[in-house]
Write a protein that binds this ligand. Structure first.
Ligand code: MFK
Ligand code: FAD
Length: 506
C-alpha cells in the first residue's frame, strides 16, 4: 500500500489565525479595558472552537436529526431526536453569550461587533447551531421593538440568557407552500380569535428550521366574526407562539408532517408543520405583520452574511495550512506561484466580504445604542440586503475554489470539506433569495425620497476623502468623486420617477 500518508490540514485557533479580524478590532475598538476583555474572550473562545467545538459540529453532521412520529405503543409523539452534540451546542451558546452579548449594554455601540466576531469564529464549527441562534437573536430584536412586556417578557429574558437551563431558542415560521419570497400572497394560515384575547393558528408551514426551538414568531391572517380574512400583505399579522407539550405528551396544536431531506444543513432539523389550533398571541397591529417581522429579517440577514464570510475564511485557513504540508512536482504547494495566486484571489474576496459585513455590524451597533446619524440608519437599511445577497453568492464561489485547492481530497466526504460547500449553497436561498433582495434594495431606495441613495454616495465620498490623504491617489480620487456626484444625480432622478427607472439605472 506504500509508505506515504499525507498530513491533514489542521484547524488552529481561528481568532489567532485571522490577522484581518484582529487588526480590525484593534483599529476600531476604543482603547479601554472592556476592549481588552473582548479580545481575551475571543482568543479563549477561538481556542475552544479549535479544541472542543469543531468536533461537536462534526458530530452534528454525522448524527443528523430524525423524526419519531409514534411511540412504541402507537401514540403520536412527533419527537425530533437530535444528537447530544446539538444539545451541547445549545448550552454552550448560552454560556458563551452568543445571543446575549448583542443585548449587553456594557459594550455600548460595540456589542454587535463583539457578538458577530464571536459568531464569525464559531460559525464554521457550529454544526449550523448558528441557524437557531440567528432566529433567536431576530426574535429578541422583534420583541424589543414591539415592547418587552407580557406575554413576551419572560421569552425575551430567556432568549437573551447566558444560563443554559433558562436559555430558549426561537423559530421563524414564514414560508408556506404557495410562497416563501411572496409571503404576502402565499400565506394561508389563519388566526382565530379566542375570548381571552389570544388566538389559535390553523395552517401549514412548509419550511421551519431548527424545529426543536422553544418558541416561534410566525405570520397569519386574523379571521373576523364571519370567518373572513384580508388577503395580501396587509392582511398579515405577527404572532408569538410557544412550542410545548400537553399532559398526553403531544405537541400542543402542532403536528410535524416530516423532516426535509436537504442538500446541506443536515445537522439541523427543517420540518413541515401542520398548525392545528396552535395557541398564539398577536404581537403586531392587525395587518402589520410583514413590517413587524422586518426587524427579524434584518438580524438574520446579518447573521447569514457573517456565516458566509466565516465559511470563506475557514476554507482559506485550511487551504493555507494544507499548502504548507502537501508537495507536488518536488515542492510544497505554497511554493507554486500559480497556487498562491489562487489563494490570494480567494483572500481578496474574503477580506472584502469580511470588511463589508463588519461595517454593517458596526452600523447596527450604532443604531441600537442611539448613536447613529440619519445617514447611518439609511446606510444600514441599504447595506443589509446588499451584504446578504453579495456574500451569499460569494461564499459558494470561494468555498468551491477552496475545495479544489485540496485536489481530490476536497471532494471526499469524511475530510469534512464537502459539507462546507453544501452548507454555503443555502446562504443565497433562505432569508430572501438574491433577486428578491435585489428588489428589496430598489424598493428601499425608491421609498426613501432619495435619502438611502444619498447616504450611500456620502459614505463612498467619505471613504474617498480618507484615501485622498495618499498624495499619489489624489488625482484619481478627484476624478472618481466628480463621477460619483454625476452618478448620484442620475440615480436620484431615476429613483424619483419610479422603481423601474431605478432598476434600469442600477
Ligand atoms: C447561519 C445564519 C442563518 C440565518 C437563519 C436562517 C434560517 C432560515 C429562515 C428563513 O429562511 S425564514 C424566511 C425568510 N423569508 C424571507 O426572507 C422572505 C423573503 N421575501 C421578502 O423579503 C419580501 O421582500 C417581503 C416578504 C418582505 C415582501 O413582502 P411585502 O408585503 O410585499 O413587502 P412590502 O410591501 O415591500 O413591505 C411591507 C412593509 O414591510 C413595509 O413597511 P411599511 O408598511 O411601514 O411601509 C416595508 O418597508 C417593510 N419591509 C419590508 N422588507 C423590509 C421592510 N422593512 C425593513 N427591512 C426590510 N427588509
Ligand atoms: P420562490 O419564492 O418560489 O422563488 C423561486 C425563484 O423565483 C427564486 O429564484 C426567486 O429568486 C425567484 N423570484 C421570486 N420572486 C421574484 C421576483 N419578484 N422577481 C424575480 N425573481 C423572483 N423559511 C421559513 O420561513 N423558516 C425557516 O426556518 C426556513 N428554513 C429553511 C431552511 C432551508 C434549508 C431552506 C432551503 C429554506 C428554508 N426556508 C425557511 C424557506 C426559505 O426562506 C424560502 O425557500 C425562500 O425564501 C424562497 O422562497 P420559495 O422557496 O417559496 O421560492
Amino acid at each position: 500500500v506504500g509508505s506515504f500518508f499525507q498530513d491533514q490540514p489542521v484547524l488552529k485557533n481561528p481568532f489567532l489565525e485571522d490577522a484581518l479580524l484582529r487588526g480590525y478590532l484593534k483599529r476600531h475598538l476604543p482603547q479601554e479595558s472592556s476592549s481588552q476583555a473582548i479580545l481575551s474572550d475571543l482568543n479563549a473562545f477561538g481556542e475552544r472552537v479549535a479544541k472542543e467545538i469543531d468536533i461537536l459540529g462534526r458530530e452534528c453532521e454525522l448524527n443528523p436529526p430524525r423524526l419519531v412520529h409514534f411511540d412504541p405503543w402507537g401514540r403520536r409523539v412527533d419527537h425530533i431526536v437530535t444528537s447530544a452534540a446539538w444539545k451541547r451546542l445549545k448550552d454552550l451558546s448560552a454560556q458563551e453569550g452568543l445571543v446575549a452579548i448583542g443585548y449587553d449594554k456594557s459594550f455600548r455601540e460595540w456589542s454587535r461587533v463583539y457578538q458577530m466576531s464571536k459568531l464569525y469564529i464559531f460559525s464554521p464549527s457550529s454544526g449550523l447551531y448558528t441557524c437557531p441562534l440567528a432566529m433567536t437573536d431576530g426574535a429578541a430584536k422583534v420583541i424589543q421593538s414591539v415592547g418587552v412586556s407580557p406575554p413576551v417578557e419572560e421569552a425575551f429574558s430567556r432568549l437573551t440568557s447566558r444560563q443554559p437551563e433558562r436559555f430558549w431558542t426561537s423559530g421563524q415560521w414564514m414560508t408556506e407552500r404557495q410562497g416563501g419570497s411572496d409571503v404576502g400572497t402565499g400565506t394561508e394560515t389563519v388566526a382565530v380569535p379566542q375570548t381571552d384575547g389570544s388566538y389559535r393558528l390553523h395552517g401549514f408551514k412548509w419550511f421551519t428550521s431548527a424545529t426543536d426551538a422553544d418558541m416561534t414568531l410566525t405570520l397569519a391572517r386574523v379571521q373576523d366574526r364571519s370567518g373572513a380574512t384580508t388577503m395580501g400583505s396587509r392582511g398579515l399579522s405577527l404572532f408569538y407562539a410557544e412550542v410545548s407539550r400537553g399532559e398526553d405528551g403531544r405537541l400542543r396544536g402542532i403536528e410535524v408532517q416530516r423532516l426535509k431531506d436537504k442538500l446541506g444543513t443536515r445537522q439541523m432539523p427543517t420540518a413541515e408543520l401542520l398548525l392545528d389550533g396552535l395557541p398564539a398571541y398577536r404581537l403586531s397591529e392587525e395587518g402589520r405583520g410583514v413590517a413587524s417581522i422586518a426587524n427579524m429579517l434584518t438580524i438574520t440577514r446579518i447573521h447569514n452574511s457573517v456565516s458566509a464570510a466565516a465559511a470563506m475564511r475557514r476554507v482559506l485557513q485550511l487551504a493555507r495550512d494544507y499548502a504548507t504540508r502537501r508537495t507536488a512536482f518536488g515542492k510544497l504547494l505554497k511554493d507554486h506561484p500559480l497556487h498562491m495566486q489562487t489563494l490570494a484571489r480567494m483572500e481578496v474576496e474574503t477580506r472584502a466580504a469580511f470588511l463589508l459585513v463588519m461595517e454593517v455590524c458596526r452600523l447596527l451597533g450604532r443604531e441600537e445604542s442611539g448613536l447613529a446619524t440619519q445617514l447611518d440608519v439609511h446606510l444600514l437599511r441599504l447595506l443589509t440586503p446588499v451584504v446578504k445577497l453579495y456574500t451569499g453568492k460569494q461564499a459558494v464561489t470561494v468555498v468551491s475554489e477552496g475545495l479544489e485547492s485540496f485536489g481530490g481530497q476536497g471532494y471526499i466526504e469524511d475530510t469534512g470539506l464537502p459539507g462546507i460547500l453544501r452548507d454555503a449553497q443555502v446562504l443565497s436561498i433562505w432569508e430572501g433569495t438574491t433577486n428578491v433582495l435585489s428588489l428589496d434594495v430598489l424598493r428601499c431606495a425608491a421609498r426613501s425620497s432619495g435619502m438611502v441613495l444619498h447616504a450611500y454616495f456620502e459614505h463612498v465620498k467619505s471613504l474617498l476623502t480618507g484615501a485622498s490623504g495618499v498624495s499619489s491617489l489624489a488625482p484619481a480620487v478627484k476624478a472618481v468623486a466628480g463621477a460619483l456626484s454625476e452618478l448620484e444625480q442620475f440615480v436620484q432622478l431615476a429613483a424619483s420617477r419610479s422603481p423601474s427607472y431605478l432598476e434600469l439605472a442600477a
